[in-house]
Design a protein. Structure first.
Length: 288
């Protein structure tokens, strides 16, 4: 993706309550509010918890916000604002004073919670393939997988019995296939990192927001018998940027500096804003 001018940093928080939407904006309207946040993202099945702090909101809003309310967080710059995270409030908090300001923290669990679904009991015959099992389990449980791609479509020669919570079954099969089960901007996703369909794409250099030179490490220590055990590739990269919603799990990023010219796939990171500098840090991998 070609970069756009990055100015007029903007944040929007939308909370869907039982009595209607609450919308909080930073740096746009005449009555904007101070908003800080930390939003982790990764290719792991374990759900990420984001924290959003809204300062000096209307006191009547405190009692409207309940556990289970949907929260969406958007951020970006003039002409290029996107979704960072969507999820539900898993724990309400009590407002507190921070200097002369009243702070209210939203603790948000990413995506829909599938971990408490009742167990499935499905048996698949000899020679069953992982792709068929995944579709059957997801359909039976009512789980919406937004995208499915596998590195290895494992064949279970002795058959397969799914007798557990459906989320755990899907996670186990994903591991068997060297594939990731994770939440992408709130949507449960099952994908192979190098399937050629990046969640987003961006050329990251000093002129597009890169804050310092990227670093690279070998990943050989994570392998056994000189084999790519986890399917993530030979090298790991780290980079820091001004906040950029395009940089998210399984986004393709072209790192470009005087000394680096490399395409990588993002596997984890964090968006954050503390009132000073909005930043995105990423951990990425390179196939070879």
């Amino acid at each position: 993706m070609a970069s756009k001018p990055q100015y007029k940093f903007y944040i929007k928080v939308v909370v869907d309550t039982d009595s209607g939407q609450l919308i909080y904006e930073y740096n746009k309207t005449s009555n904007w509010l101070e908003i800080h946040f930390t939003v982790p993202f990764s290719n792991e099945a374990e759900k990420n918890i984001s924290e959003i702090t809204v300062y000096n909101m209307n006191p009547t809003d405190f009692n409207r916000i309940k556990k289970g309310n949907k929260v969406s967080l958007y951020a970006g710059y003039a002409g290029d604002v996107g979704l960072l995270m969507s999820g539900t409030i898993y724990r309400t908090t009590i407002p507190y004073l921070e200097d002369a300001d009243t702070a209210y923290v939203l603790r948000v669990l990413e995506g829909q919670d599938y971990t408490k679904m009742k167990k499935v009991n499905l048996t698949f015959g000899k020679g069953a393939y992982a792709s068929d099992i995944i579709k059957s389990v997801a359909s039976k449980a009512g789980i919406n997988l937004t995208y499915i791609s596998l590195k290895d479509n494992k064949r279970y020669d002795d058959g397969y019995t799914a007798d557990d919570h459906p989320f755990d079954v899907l996670s186990e099969i994903a591991d068997d296939c060297k594939t990731s089960l994770f939440y992408l901007r709130g949507q449960l996703t099952l994908r192979y990192v190098y399937d050629g369909n990046g969640a987003d794409s961006f050329e990251l250099g000093y002129n597009t927001g890169l804050l310092e030179s990227p670093t690279r490490e070998d990943r050989d220590d994570d392998w056994t018998d000189y084999d790519d055990d986890d399917g993530l590739g030979a090298f790991a990269w780290s980079a820091n940027s001004i906040l950029n919603y395009h940089l998210t799990t399984f986004a393709y990023v072209h790192l470009k500096t005087q000394y680096v010219n490399q395409g990588v796939m993002v596997i984890s990171g964090e968006h954050s804003f503390d009132g000073e500098q909005p930043t995105t840090s990423i951990e990425a991998v390179q196939k070879s």
